[in-house]
Ligand binder design. Structure first.
Ligand SMILES: Cc1ncc(COP(=O)(O)O)c(C=O)c1O
Length: 403
């Protein structure tokens, strides 16, 4: 067990120890880790890091102390509102990640429903593919989640969603796209349903929000999913995923900034004065705001479009390569950045293939339903793809021959 040392150790020794510890991790730079990291080029990483370091010490809680941070944050939010079709009434919040954005969306909808609809213990209705962060938020917020089965194409089933709505429902939660299958829920139809039933629609675009608009600019068929869709009340999109900023960066955008009053927490019965925040966090890293600002301004539409070209091209190569392997099949649809593949051969258990790949130092995600391998695409995977496919073919043969 670690204990606080009586006297300190010099930094060069500590740095060596840090670097040594990392050697045990999956080699993400070599493209062996298709989750958790979002890396494009070393140049972009350097910009992100330098911007972070410029604001390493500042605290985004201190709005009067650091007008610079407020300006950066405001600009990032405004860029997000523009990108995600927020109108002139929209307002946003920079948060620490998808989980916090989702938490705040659900808290806002809960307090909106309590105040404006008189629902004391509001419920959320969502398709089974919705991220677990919604259940986590509901758990913390004393709310109930009703999950409903998906259509056979893994999208939300409107009639099942509608059937699950009752007089305590305040929110429909939909994904654009969802993490388990990478498909978009039919946001336009869900928006109509939300309007008809007077419900809050949250669109979770945490994963693909910073990729989908640019894939669409390249001509890929991306369905309407953002705040321009009637009925959408809030949208979350993570800048620390396909936005390529430092971790600790996401946006929650409300279609009507009036609703910020339900997001806000204010406490005045305190000896140190009134405490007001729109976020779950108190002290907040200004570095991640500066990183997001710098990366977004470095890339612009053209840069993000180029990244989308790399990712979508890698997706095509991965799909074609997997389908060349005897016994494997790609599960469709794959709308954006997630590819699932399964085994069609009873002599090849796909989890055994995944485990064998793991022994070869590939980090492999296993999907439970359907039983498949789950790949989240990232530009670093492009450079490892030929090796990945060669190893995959060998692992399938190994599993088949040792059955
Ligand atoms: C669709 C979706 N929503 C929410 C999240 C949660 O984001 P975070 O891990 O940044 O809290 C993720 C993470 O992968 C996601 O894919």
């Amino acid at each position: 067990m670690a204990t606080l040392p009586q006297i300190g150790t010099n930094w060069s020794e500590l740095r060596d120890r840090l670097r040594k510890m990392k050697q045990e991790d999956y080699a993400w730079r070599a493209g062996r880790l298709p989750v958790y990291i979002y890396h494009y080029t070393d140049e972009l990483l350097r910009i992100s890091q330098e911007a972070y370091m410029e604001f390493f010490t500042e605290n985004a809680l201190g709005r009067t102390a650091f007008p610079s941070v407020v300006k950066l944050e405001t600009e990032v939010i405004e860029m997000g509102i523009g990108l995600f079709g927020g109108g002139h009434r929209a307002g946003g919040t920079f948060t620490s990640g998808g989980t916090e954005s989702i938490f705040l969306a659900i808290k806002t909808a809960r307090d909106w429903a309590r105040k404006e609809k008189g629902i004391d213990r509001p419920k959320i209705v969502m398709p089974n593919s919705g991220h677990a962060a919604a259940d986590k938020a509901a758990h913390y917020l004393g709310m109930e989640v009703v999950r409903v089965p998906l259509r056979s194409d893994f999208r939300a089933d409107i009639s099942l969603l509608e059937a699950a709505i009752d007089d305590r429902t305040c929110m429909i939660y939909a994904s654009a796209p969802g993490y388990p299958h990478g498909v978009f829920d039919p946001i336009e139809e869900i928006g109509e349903l939300a309007n008809k039933r007077g419900l809050w629609l949250h669109v979770d675009a945490c994963l693909g929000g910073f990729l989908a608009p640019f894939a669409r600019e390249l001509g890929y068929p991306i369905p309407a999913f953002d705040l321009s869709v009637p009925g959408t009340c809030s949208l979350s999109a993570d800048i620390h995923k396909y936005g390529f900023a430092a971790k600790g960066a996401s946006l929650l955008i409300l279609s009507d900034r009036e609703h910020l009053k339900y997001q806000c927490f204010e406490f005045s019965n305190w000896q140190r004065g009134t405490y007001v925040t729109n976020t779950f966090q108190g002290s907040r890293a200004a570095g991640s705001i500066a990183s997001a600002w710098a990366v977004m301004n470095t890339l612009g539409h053209a840069g993000y479009r180029e990244i989308a070209r790399v990712i979508m091209g890698t997706r095509e190569r991965l799909i074609a390569g997997v389908e060349q392997i005897n016994g494997l099949r790609v599960i469709r649809p794959s709308d954006l950045c997630i590819v699932l593949y399964e085994s069609m051969d009873p002599n090849v258990d796909i989890y055994a293939v995944a485990d064998r790949m793991g022994e070869n130092e590939w980090y492999v995600g296993k999907s439970i339903t359907p039983r498949a391998v789950h790949v989240a695409l990232n530009p670093v995977i492009a450079r490892a793809l030929d090796d990945y496919l060669a190893d995959l073919a060998a692992c399938v043969e190994h599993v088949r021959s040792t059955k």
